[in-house]
Write a protein that binds this ligand. Sequence first.
Ligand SMILES: [Mg+2]
Length: 248
Amino acid sequence: MMSDVTDCAESPETIAMEETRETETGTGRDSPACSKAGAEAASSASLLYSRELSQINEFEQPSRADLEKCRVLLGPRRQRLTLVLDLDQTLVYSVPLDEESACGEGIKFSVKIRPFAQELIQKMSSKFELVVFSAADDAYVRAVVGLLDPDRKYVSRVLTKTSCIAVKQGQLVKDLRIFADRSLSEILMVDDNIYSYAFQLGNGIPVTPYAGEDDDNELYYLMGYLDELCEEQEPLHVNTQKIGLCTV
Ligand SMILES: [Mg+2]
């Protein structure tokens, strides 16, 4: 069963929302971030994303003024670490309800919550300060976050398209330097699209893109990986070593 949300100027309260999710466990699929470790994972991640990494090599760094325009203050620290979570294809799978509506205002979407997404948000909020950062439009993003965390008990900040840096190649990058009151060493970002963390590859945790499968276990493995990182003195260093994404 899917949930419907509407990407329009309506307040989130007016949007019909119906929670859906599955709780089945299983063996899961391989992913560079969560089901492998050490040098093997590092090497497989770099191979898996070689095309994207060579393109990222060509990205021009944003100017200081560009970063300043997107500047975010998170305020008093809730946890030692900040976890930035992508939305589409990371926590949910969302499709326009029909092609006609996709071309106009007030688009309606079917939204399927990824298995373990709500457990992840709930559990990780005791270890990380959670920020949802999506490259989608504001009304849509807030409506979908409302499905995942209806009482906003777990997600402390929501950022949308206007906080992304656009590069000439057409990608939207979520540059972590916009968090003015957090150090890069305190931030990790989970995103199915590695362009999102193009300028801080070491902070990135890639996940397989979610396309609505009922037996998806990626976030189950991700929780285990994040639990391990939390125990580390230098989680960013460990993540960089394990994932091993870098440009050449
Ligand atoms: Mg995504």
